[in-house]
Design a binder for this molecule. Structure first.
Ligand code: MG
Ligand code: ZN
Length: 201
């Protein structure tokens, strides 16, 4: 079975703000994100992006824009030897302006649908896998899918840490710190007290 690191995209790999990034000139990587992904690749993790793209539902941009943005992101990462193995996105929203995307779907995080689809399509062992994100909805999706969870402080992460009580495996400064945490964990030790972070405000 294959282990994976599921990554939220906006605010984890790419800079957010800008919100609803979809134009290629809005594509900016967070520092060392590329190094982090390459290190995860080298250790045998599949790296899988799972991204809510409600901007499609709201009519701010089209699915083709997201596809082009993701392709450009993949190419930019590949320039430094970092590989995204699969991209998943949810174009839906319950109050979508664009009718065909108006749905209470199973894929919009905090629901775990994108992760569960990847599990099936790519043969992923969820117990050996991680979800990394900057919002509570990312953490919840990871927990519901049966993964370890890591909150990063980039993107919305600073706000998320300040405003919520977070129960996740680790709170990381950024994706690079998350990767270091994942790769330093001995393989046969899971979910010990010293890796369980709690925050209260
Ligand atoms: Mg995000
Ligand atoms: Zn969806």
């Amino acid at each position: 079975m294959t282990k994976a690191v599921f990554l939220d995209r906006d605010g984890v790999i790419t800079q957010e703000p800008p919100h609803y990034a979809h134009k290629l000139d809005q594509l900016a990587l967070i520092a060392k994100a590329s190094d982090a992904i390459r290190r995860l690749n080298e250790d045998g993790f599949l790296v899988v992006i799972v991204s809510n793209q409600a901007g499609i539902a709201h009519g701010y941009y089209q699915e083709a824009d997201t596809a082009a943005f993701n392709q450009a992101l993949g190419e930019k990462l590949m320039e430094t030897g970092a590989c995204i193995d699969a991209f998943y996105y949810c174009p839906h929203h319950p109050q979508a302006k664009v009718e065909r995307y108006r749905a209470d779907c199973d894929c919009r995080k905090p629901k775990p649908g994108m992760l569960l689809l990847a599990e099936k399509e790519l043969g992923i062992d969820m117990k050996s896998s991680y979800m990394v994100g900057d919002k509570l909805t990312d953490i919840e999706a990871g927990q519901r899918a049966g993964c370890e969870t890591i909150l990063v402080k980039t993107g919305y992460g600073g706000e998320t840490v300040q405003n919520n009580r977070i129960e996740c495996s680790y709170i990381a400064d950024d994706l690079y710190d998350a990767a270091r945490h994942i790769l330093d964990l001995p393989r046969n030790r899971r979910r010990h007290d010293d890796t369980l972070a709690h925050r209260t405000t």
